[in-house]
Design a protein around this ligand. Structure first.
Ligand SMILES: Cc1cc2nc3c(=O)[nH]c(=O)nc-3n(C[C@H](O)[C@H](O)[C@H](O)COP(=O)(O)OP(=O)(O)OC[C@H]3O[C@@H](n4cnc5c(N)ncnc54)[C@H](O)[C@@H]3O)c2cc1C
Length: 373
């Protein structure tokens, strides 16, 4: 792993893997250009590149290990009408069919020191860094701000997309800026935190900037004097016998809780929470509460509250229900699990049944958190 201040980005010419399964390329081809080498294969399976473990193929798979690779890929395909999909760790995606286009895989690694002040350290982490490795790195350096986001799968490049959040922290609180390349022109663009338009599991990258940019790196502003955030009773409970609550103690507590509560995608394919927690008006919530006095909620502001989707799903009888290859997880009903070789469509159909029954019972329409492709 890189030390702070040390760039791990290789300046060497890198290999670009381009894998295609169109009928023209029956055998392995090698293309050499001035800046990179391309390998074409008959087809490229994405099964190991999505945590749901759905078997599907893309037409072209283009892996970039450096920014220059990425620029080469963009100039190769910018005039190509095929659709493009940027892939990170594949932990928030559901493929429902083969992707008949170009999958761009920015597997660019590295962590660099940008600058520091008396209170903060700014780090640039490249898109292909595993998110949890980056959290571990920061915790080991006693840099605070993302320890509550420990053990979330995926890569650094994917973290701003839905503004990942857990245990009272959202990544927007520590993102200084996001660096990206325009998929059409290859031009570099920097989004400030405000320009990212972060919201609850939301950002500009799910709206106006969707599929237009490849995020190459994220700059984080981390605290040198960490302020530990302990809002969740599970975390407080997990730490009750710890005399000194350090960043690494919080990280370990959260890892322990998540290991107990969430299915490991290596065992059962899943993409974490399938639905977002719905935000409803206070009036709508009060009418739910009349029928279901135990209904939980979290205040959003004076007009809106958030209802835990897991409670809605469990109260509608869907906890631990399995239908064929798919089901809701026994201890976390918000997670839909691929029990055995499910197709993406089986997952979607199952999720639609859940949504329909919640709409009928509570009048609440759940929004999917996972990106259905
Ligand atoms: C077991 C489990 C637990 C989870 N827990 C949480 C949780 O607690 N909180 C939470 O918020 N999420 C959680 N998630 C969801 C997921 O891990 C995060 O959303 C993660 O940040 C997705 O990153 P990724 O690299 O895997 O993105 P992918 O799944 O590869 O992609 C997701 C979206 O981002 C786009 N994208 C990815 N990388 C880039 C890039 N470099 N440039 C441009 N676009 C890009 C893709 O096109 C796609 O639209 C969980 C998932 C699992 C499987």
């Amino acid at each position: 792993m890189a030390k702070i201040g040390e760039s791990v980005i290789s300046k060497n010419i890198e290999i670009l893997c381009v894998c295609s399964y169109n009928n023209v390329s029956k055998s392995l081809h090698l293309f050499f250009s001035l800046t990179y080498m391309a390998i074409l294969e008959e087809k490229f399976s994405l099964q190991k590149f999505n945590t749901f473990g759905i078997q599907c193929y893309c037409k072209i798979f283009a892996e970039a290990k450096t920014i220059n690779d990425l620029k080469s890929i963009i100039s190769e395909y910018c005039y190509n009408p095929l659709p493009k999909l940027v892939l990170g760790g594949g932990s928030n995606l559901l493929f429902t069919k083969n992707f008949e286009g170009v999958v761009i895989y920015p597997n660019i690694k590295g962590i660099e020191l940008v600058k520091h002040s008396a209170e903060s350290t700014w780090l640039r982490a490249y898109a292909g860094e595993n998110w949890d490795n980056f959290v571990e790195f920061c915790v080991a350096k006693n840099l605070g701000g993302i320890e509550n986001l420990s053990h979330i799968p995926g890569n650094v490049g994917g973290c701003p997309i839905q503004n990942i959040g857990a245990y009272g922290v959202e990544v927007k609180d520590v993102i200084d800026s996001v660096e990206a390349l325009d998929i059409q022109t290859g031009d570099k663009i920097i989004f400030t935190n405000a320009e990212c338009q972060f919201g609850y599991r939301d950002s500009i990258f799910k709206h106006g900037a969707k599929n237009k940019y490849v995020i190459t790196a994220v700059i984080f502003k981390l605290r040198k004097q960490p302020a530990i955030i302990l809002n969740y009773k599970d975390v407080i409970e997990e730490l009750r016998n710890i005399s000194e609550v350090t960043l690494s103690a919080v990280r370990q507590a959260i890892i322990n809780i998540r290991r107990r509560k969430l299915p490991d995608p290596a065992q059962f394919g899943n993409a974490g929470s399938f639905f977002k927690n719905p935000i409803v008006s206070v009036d709508a919530f009060q009418s739910i509460q009349k029928k279901y006095p135990m209904a939980p909620s979290f205040t959003v502001d004076s007009e809106y509250v958030k209802i835990p989707a897991a409670w809605l799903i469990e109260s509608s009888g869907w906890k631990g229900v399995r239908e064929g290859n798919v089901g809701t997880h026994e201890s976390q009903p918000l997670v839909i699990v691929n029990y055995a070789n499910a197709t993406g469509n089986e997952v979607v159909e199952f999720s639609e049944k859940i949504n329909k029954s919640i709409l009928q019972k509570f009048g609440v329409d759940l929004e999917t958190e996972v990106n259905v492709i």
